[in-house]
Design a protein around this ligand. Structure first.
Ligand code: PLP
Length: 410
């Protein structure tokens, strides 16, 4: 008798909904479509030569180790390098505080595994990173979305959410995905104060912190928290921090890290053993070889140049082509910009229209834990070239103008 798979799935599998938008976004792979939909780095920013040299060196000098199983915690020299790199941003940790993960997406999943019971509430920004919602839906999390404006999570709205005893607060302080917005210094302090008052820890997801194109760097929440608690810059453990090499080296190597107190690292290690034993030894050794003499900091300067130009082209062409009812954010870094359309526009319907003009974006609804906000969309400026951005925003402007006119008529 053939198996009826529908009766076999776990309850949590029902929460793993695919998205209807994915179907539409398949069209973005067509060669003549200009896509602002993905979150991909520019291929021009990949250090292919350095990887080539590092691969050869690792295989020649250390091939037997590189192709062998490794420890779950990760390659010690790489964890050491990350500890040194973090110190540049004020995060004072040792390799004991660091777990290497297969992308920070895995870090989010592992955090879900060790912390989230069915029905646990997680405080999230509204909107937030859709990949975190996907990861934690599998653990049957509930979300408490906190309103958000051009300074990030509105911390005066946070207090009431903390009274219900959520598991943790998830925050993307720098050039947030999807909006590009940065959490202001004052709000960082308020967030820490409230987290302390209610005893709720913070998960700080920071893939884009190094990609700042203007303005002053703001201290990581982890650093401020440690300073405030201990009056000295050592890691106090209330903030779990995650970052990644995906945007500063390459996403294909699937390398990221979590910083947490050793007791939490220990639990994460056990969870990771069940997931994939360890992150690719070869990737870790190659990344260490590429980064060990300070290459990443130099390389990031090049990436910033490329993305700053692309962001500026997008901002300029938006001013040129968008009708005045359309508003957008001015990200100081990162990969994304956020558009708000008139309330009457559903950006999912607009996407169908835009695809006729051969341009794509991600409709905003998916980034809101409770849905809604259909009149928003995310645009990526790191992947398309300046020429494509120019052309694509022109097309998008045409699609939006036509759509708004028709909505007003109809
Ligand atoms: C906020 C945020 N967290 C995590 C990730 C996952 O990154 P990784 O490639 O390290 O898995 C992304 C990827 O775009 C992201 O934007």
């Amino acid at each position: 008798m053939a198996t009826s798979w529908d009766n076999r799935y776990a309850f949590r599998t029902q929460r793993m909904t695919g998205s209807a938008i994915r179907e539409l976004l398949k069209f973005t792979a067509l060669p003549d479509v200009i896509s602002f939909a993905g979150g991909m780095p520019a291929p021009a920013a990949f250090p292919i030569k350095e990887f080539n040299q590092a691969c050869t060196k690792v295989l020649k000098d250390n091939g037997e180790k590189a192709l062998q199983y490794g420890t779950t915690e990760g390659y010690l020299p790489l964890r050491d390098m990350i500890a040194r790199h973090s110190a540049r941003y004020g995060i004072e940790v040792t390799p004991e505080n660091i777990l290497i993960t297969s992308g920070s997406q895995q870090a989010l999943d592992l955090l879900g595994r060790i912390f989230i019971n069915t029905g646990d509430r997680i405080v999230v920004e509204n909107p937030t990173y859709v990949g975190a919602l996907q990861a934690w839906n599998a653990y049957c999390a509930e979300y408490i979305p906190v309103p958000f404006d051009e300074e990030g999570m509105i911390t005066t709205e946070l207090e009431k959410t903390l009274r219900s005893g959520p598991k943790f607060i998830y925050v993307l302080p720098n050039f947030q995905n999807p909006t590009g917005v940065t959490l202001s210094f004052e709000r960082r302090l308020q967030l820490i104060e409230l987290s302390e008052k209610y005893g709720v820890p913070i998960v700080e997801d920071d893939p884009y912190g190094q990609l700042r194109y203007e303005g002053e760097n703001l201290p990581p929440i982890e650093v401020l928290d440690s300073q405030i608690r201990a009056q000295k810059g050592c890691y106090s453990g209330n903030v779990i921090y995650t970052s990644t090499f995906s945007k500063t080296l390459a996403p294909g190597i699937r390398l990221a890290w979590v910083i947490a107190p050793p007791e939490v690292i220990h639990k994460l290690v056990m969870a990771k053993q069940g997931a994939d034993l360890h992150t690719s030894t070869f990737s870790q050794m190659v990344a260490y070889e590429v980064g060990k003499d300070g290459f990443i900091n130099e390389h990031v300067k090049e990436i910033r140049k490329i993305y700053r130009e692309r962001r500026d082209v997008m901002l300029d062409t938006l001013s040129e082509h968008m009708p005045e009812e359309v508003k957008w954010t001015h990200p100081q870094g990162g990969l994304f910009l956020w558009l708000t359309l008139p309330e009457c526009i559903d950006s999912r319907e607009l996407l169908e229209e835009a695809l006729k003009f051969k341009v794509a974006f991600v409709p905003g609804t998916a980034f809101f834990a409770s849905g809604g906000h259909a009149n928003t969309m995310r645009l990526n400026f790191s992947h398309p070239t300046p020429e494509k951005i120019n052309e694509g925003i022109g097309r998008l402007g045409q699609a939006i103008k036509g759509f708004i006119t028709r909505s007003k008529q109809g």
